[in-house]
Design a protein around this ligand. Structure first.
Ligand SMILES: Cc1cc2nc3c(=O)[nH]c(=O)nc-3n(C[C@H](O)[C@H](O)[C@H](O)COP(=O)(O)OP(=O)(O)OC[C@H]3O[C@@H](n4cnc5c(N)ncnc54)[C@H](O)[C@@H]3O)c2cc1C
Length: 455
């Protein structure tokens, strides 16, 4: 069977669905291909179930710390099966909503199956050949699993399977202290699981700002056994459990009844036969593309979402899907790429916006506000709150970026991201209205500190 279309989209995740809609809205005849159960990574195995697990965990943590606030409460038990059942019930609602988007696509414009390139502009999907004027690659990423885990494979989960477990483990090893490993590791720890997190780098959540990285590792290390600067050396089964041995800064070994592989989620484009797509590839086989237009050189091929291997977060998938869909339909981007913006929903939260520490230009200054000096943060912490907000300003006063740590900094990070996206200066940020008492006031404090340092 043969199909002809203006635009073919590979992958019906958040980026692909957005690209399909944009291409159709621009008047193109677009076809979208999905090989999996659909419902998007975000809703099925990503953002939403991870936050659902965290919401149960935070309830348990709140009971444990209620005493600080004069509220006497004891945590009788965490009902693991009930936590997981609730997670899946709520998660399924999000998945159903995402699937509605897929089912709303006319049947002659969606295909179930695995797409691969047969030639430039030609996709093979099972026995269907799709001739497309342009192609959007929105095939997402897949969790990387360390080969050293092969002997204990029966106990290994990734984010694709962990939300299906019936009960909580007693001892969990998490490989990877990035956003996914940290969020899930801390959620399990707050639910009473003994958690060890092992990561080769010396920072959690990919933080590059040295002050935030130090404070984050210290704060996170209070709820779990954090082994930074360590590599998995050996894994073997021992009486039905996984015996892991790691070497590095704090070498050690432990017995675990579950292992979570969370060391990255790179694009898995090998199956797409990109060597037949007529595009240039980097050494990892990812197409070279313009990050602003998402286009691969002059070829009518566009890349969107996690498949692009940078900034694997939902709002980037959405923006790049929109831009790629428009581009594939022959339209220019109508919005600029948002500034880098990430939030790790750890306890305390970790966020980064705009320019990273390593990319700051000469003459840049850092304005800082400690959470311990923020009235609202103290009230909510019931004691000394962790963290700080650090704003980066150029020598001319332009707000370049920020890094922060603290409970509720997701809200501060949003304001900082809006300010960077709108090109505000630290003076303009300091002059904005801030309600009192709020965690957001830490942004003004940091902006005022930056102004002082700029003289
Ligand atoms: C545990 C976890 C927590 C997260 N939390 C957050 C968060 O709090 N905030 C945030 O912003 N981001 C978060 N993310 C990241 C966010 O979920 C992703 O950035 C986003 O879902 C990526 O969307 P996508 O469309 O690129 O990929 P996906 O949604 O993965 O879509 C890709 C689709 O392509 C399909 N596909 C692949 N190859 C082919 C092929 N050859 N043919 C046909 N179909 C194919 C796949 O089956 C898949 O459905 C989280 C991710 C994880 C894993």
């Amino acid at each position: 069977m043969e199909m002809r279309c203006d635009v073919a989209v590979i992958g019906a995740g958040s980026a692909g669905l957005k690209a399909w809609r944009e291409a159709e809205a621009a008047g193109a005849h677009a076809v979208i291909v999905e090989e999996g159960p659909g419902g998007t990574t975000c809703a099925r195995v990503g953002c939403m179930p991870s936050k659902l697990l965290l919401s149960s965990a935070h309830r348990a943590a709140a009971v444990r710390t209620a005493d600080r606030f004069g509220v006497r409460a004891t945590l009788d038990a965490v009902d693991g099966p009930a936590v997981m059942r609730r997670l899946r019930a709520e998660r399924d609602r999000f998945v159903a909503a995402a699937l509605e988007g897929w089912e709303a696509i006319p049947a002659d414009r969606r295909l179930d199956g695995t797409a691969r390139f047969a030639a430039p502009g030609v996709l093979a999907v099972g026995d269907v050949t799709v001739q497309a004027g342009a192609v959007v690659i929105a095939a997402g990423g897949r969790p990387a699993v360390d080969e050293a885990l092969t002997p204990v494979a029966a106990l290994v989960h990734t984010h694709e399977t962990v939300f299906e477990i019936d009960d909580l483990p007693r001892d969990l090893a998490v490989l990877g202290a990035g956003a996914i490993g940290l969020e899930l590791g801390q959620a399990f720890a707050e639910l009473g699981v003994r958690v060890t997190v092992i990561d080769a780098s010396d920072a959690v959540a990919g933080v590059t700002d040295p002050a935030v990285a130090r404070a984050a590792a210290q704060a996170v290390g209070r709820t779990l056994d954090l082994r930074l600067g360590c590599r998995l050396d050996d894994a073997a089964m021992a009486d039905g459990r996984a015996r892991l041995r790691w070497t590095g800064d704090t070498p050690g070994e432990g017995l675990f009844d579950m292992v979570l592989a969370a060391a990255g989620r790179p694009p898995d484009l090998s199956r797409l036969c990109l060597n037949r797509a007529g595009v240039a590839l980097d050494e990892r086989g990812t197409p070279l593309f313009d990050p602003e237009t998402r286009r691969c050189g002059d070829a009518p091929v566009f890349v969107a979402g996690d498949a692009g291997a940078s900034r694997p977060v939902l709002h980037e998938a959405s923006w790049s899907g929109r831009t790629a869909g428009r581009g594939a339909a022959g339209l220019a981007p109508d919005t600029a790429r948002p500034p880098a913006f990430s939030v790790t929903f750890a306890s305390p939260q970790i966020a980064a916006v705009g320019a990273a520490w390593d990319d700051l230009p000469p003459g840049a200054v850092v304005g800082q506000a400690a959470m311990a000096d923020n009235g609202r943060a103290r009230i909510e912490a019931g004691g000394q709150p962790d963290g700080m907000v650090r704003l980066y300003a150029g020598a001319d006063g332009a707000l370049l970026g920020a890094a922060m740590l603290g409970e509720g900094v997701e809200h501060v990070a949003h304001l900082a991201a809006f300010a960077v996206a709108r090109g505000l200066s630290v003076r303009e940020v300091a002059d904005l209205p801030f309600y009192h008492p709020t965690v957001e006031e830490a942004l003004r404090e940091a902006a005022c500190d930056a102004l002082e340092r700029l003289g």
